[in-house]
Design a binder for this molecule. Sequence first.
Ligand SMILES: [Fe+2]
Length: 307
Amino acid sequence: MSVETKQMPAANGGVIVAGREMPEFHQIGVEPLTGACGAEITGVDLRKPLRDEVLSEIMTAFEHFLVIMLRDQDLSNEQHKAFSRLFGELTELPQAPIYAGDRLMQEVRREAHEPASVVPFTKFHTDSPFLMRPPLCMVMRAVDAPRYGGDTAFANMYLAYEELSEGLKEVLERLRVVYSGKDIWSKNAKLDKDKQLRLRETHDFKEEELENIHPAVRRHPRTGRKALYVTPAYFKRFEGWSEEDSRPLLEYLAYLPHKLQYQCRVRWKPNTLIVWDNRFLQHCGIHDYANERRHLVRTTVIGERPL
Ligand SMILES: [Fe+2]
């Protein structure tokens, strides 16, 4: 085992998790899911008002672990939205089906008889990078979950970036990516009926809002920590590169979140709630189940324009 990957005690005797020293928590229970990202939080009931000290520790855990999970949170839609607003302003998305007629809630739903292809993006991706201000985070709760399978996997893109060689980091520092969501409906319409994704059919977004250019390496606005921000979903090309020239580098970068040492998985149960950072993680639903319903509902918090 190399020095870099060994779990070395930090200077103050703490533990390195998710690539940084793990903060101390006194108000809530925090159990990391893996060494890479993710933590389960216990001792919190989101139906009740949160004390400032508890909320502060939840935010610390979110920033450190990038995905936090809480079990048994039987929230109404209003409670779900109220908790979400602690992370920022909510938004709708042009392509994501709305839930319960509420434009500020979306759903990811696969009925027991439906194929995996009904759910968009069963490969690692970040959500809606084509927007000028892509989502900061999603707050997602399971209504129905398969008894076994149907996990969501996450990959820490800080770690993916930090372990690249210096030469490739230099190349990526100068690169920007053209992301576009303009043609997802027309592409979907060309697929056979049983292969089509469940997309939102109408929205009020303008055409020009559906394509934007973002840095391939983005920075956390407070800490400055850098992460890889390249995903094949909605990817058109690197700015100034043809689509053909872009493909080999994209393929290599798209492979990185598959490395197990960057990942954690969330196992859903009804009323499991998670908040995941859509800026510095990639995620992927795992469709390793059949004949069961998987129904996840969520809100989307607007992020900053990638830095
Ligand atoms: Fe997604």
